[in-house]
Ligand binder design. Structure first.
Ligand code: PLP
Length: 392
């Protein structure tokens, strides 16, 4: 890829992905000649309505759901907020306790904190050194006041894949609904609401080649959940607001492509991931892999270099046309060490030197070669000037 003639190696697909040209082409008519409001009553509107329903069918098929269980939202953050606050509001009389993990995205953690301020109680489950939730800890945390268990399918920072089927079985045995944030999982491994045992599941189009600002919440039939956006009767009266028709059309096309290409794409990315991990660990001493060695997203590399700052690595990589991340895109603007790495037991001085590289379907073996060529030198130079580096 080039950026105005400059080499660009984009390795931040967990933050966002480029909208695929096929997806952008599918969206275009819905900005212009097919601009109708799906709620209106004439042919132009019906055309938009049909496009929304066709996309709903595509999203449902991709996750093993029925179309009427898919509700479009403004993205993953809204889907997570709706799942958590909506279930909390609808079950207030039944209970006031939520179980989640300490390494969720802020789109889950912050709604939980907001609910704590309203008197709800939240258990934040610990994770092991690889970022995995132990299903037995869910069993121990559930009480007769528990109204929701929410554990993400895969972590956006370290790529660890959670044992959601085992966790959801425990929730179901206790009659507690199970929500999973599957934002990072679509296209990486099969996401099926039934085999995962999900009653609620959040997705976001811009993580799999679709547009930003579009997502969906899967709600299993008969799940007790309140509305989150009040207003018009869109989305069968459960999520008000004129539909983002181009975005929804784009998400439908993108999920079909991402899931359809997964059998070829995921192993290709996993091979590049493993070459990057091996190459970095072999070339740079005092470096560790963050996240699980095998139960991890096909596209995720996360390593911690001792004695250096992640921000400095990013600046030097950027100067060479490599876009990467330290921690999640949302937390990299703050000086706090990543809550995910800290929860895995990494001391702050290690967490500060973390680098996340997340591959996407346009990346090539040459991109991997380039990173392996320049990264060891960057870390070496930074360690030379770091006051933290021990004398050898
Ligand atoms: N959940 C996870 C795991 C994510 O990685 C993200 C995005 O970074 C979100 C939720 C939020 O999704 P969106 O950007 O669509 O609001």
């Amino acid at each position: 890829m080039t950026d105005g003639g400059r080499r660009l190696v984009y390795l931040d697909h967990a933050a966002t992905t480029p909208t695929r040209p096929e997806v952008a082409r599918a969206m275009l008519p819905y900005f212009s000649e097919r601009f109708g409001n799906p709620s209106s009553l004439y042919a132009l509107a019906r055309e938009a309505k049909e496009a929304v329903e066709e996309a709903r069918g595509r999203v449902a098929a991709a996750i093993g759901a029925a179309p009427e269980e898919v509700f479009f939202t403004s993205g993953g953050t809204e889907a997570d907020n709706w799942a958590i606050k909506g279930v909390a509001a609808a079950n207030r009389k039944k209970g006031d306790h939520i179980v989640t993990s300490s390494i969720e995205h802020h789109a889950v953690l912050h709604p939980c904190r907001a609910l704590e301020k309203q008197g709800y109680r939240v258990t934040y489950l610990p994770v092991d050194e690889f970022g995995r939730v132990e299903p037995a800890s869910v069993e121990e945390a559930i009480t007769d006041k528990t109204i929701l268990v929410s554990v993400m399918a895969a972590n956006n920072e370290i790529g660890t894949v959670q044992p959601v089927a085992a966790i959801s079985r425990i929730a179901r045995d206790h009659g507690v609904p199970f929500h999973t944030d599957a934002v990072q999982a679509i296209g990486a491994f099969p996401v099926d609401v039934n085999s995962m045992g999900a009653d609620l599941l959040a997705i976001s189009a811009h993580k799999f080649g679709g547009p930003k600002g579009t997502g969906a919440l899967y709600i299993r039939r008969k799940t007790r959940i309140g509305t989150f956006m009040d207003g018009g009767a869109q989305e069968r009266g459960r999520r008000a607001g004129t539909e983002n028709v181009p975005g929804i059309v784009g998400m439908g096309r993108a999920i079909e492509l991402a899931v359809g290409e997964m059998p070829q794409n995921a192993p290709r990315l996993a091979a590049m991931r493993d070459r990057l991990i091996r190459g970095i660990l072999d070339a740079v001493p005092d470096t560790r892999l963050n996240g699980h060695p095998t139960e991890r997203l096909a596209n995720n590399v996360n390593v911690a270099f001792r004695y250096v700052e992640g921000e400095s690595i990013l600046l030097m990589l950027d100067a060479l046309g490599i876009a990467a991340s330290t921690g999640s895109a949302c937390t990299s603007a703050s000086l706090e060490p990543s809550h995910v790495l800290t929860a895995c037991g990494l001391p702050p001085e290690h967490a500060h030197g973390s680098l996340r590289l997340t591959l996407g379907h346009r990346n090539t073996e040459e991109d991997v070669d380039y990173v392996l060529e320049v990264l060891p030198g960057i870390i070496g130079r930074l360690r030379e000037i770091s006051p933290l580096t021990p004398e050898r």
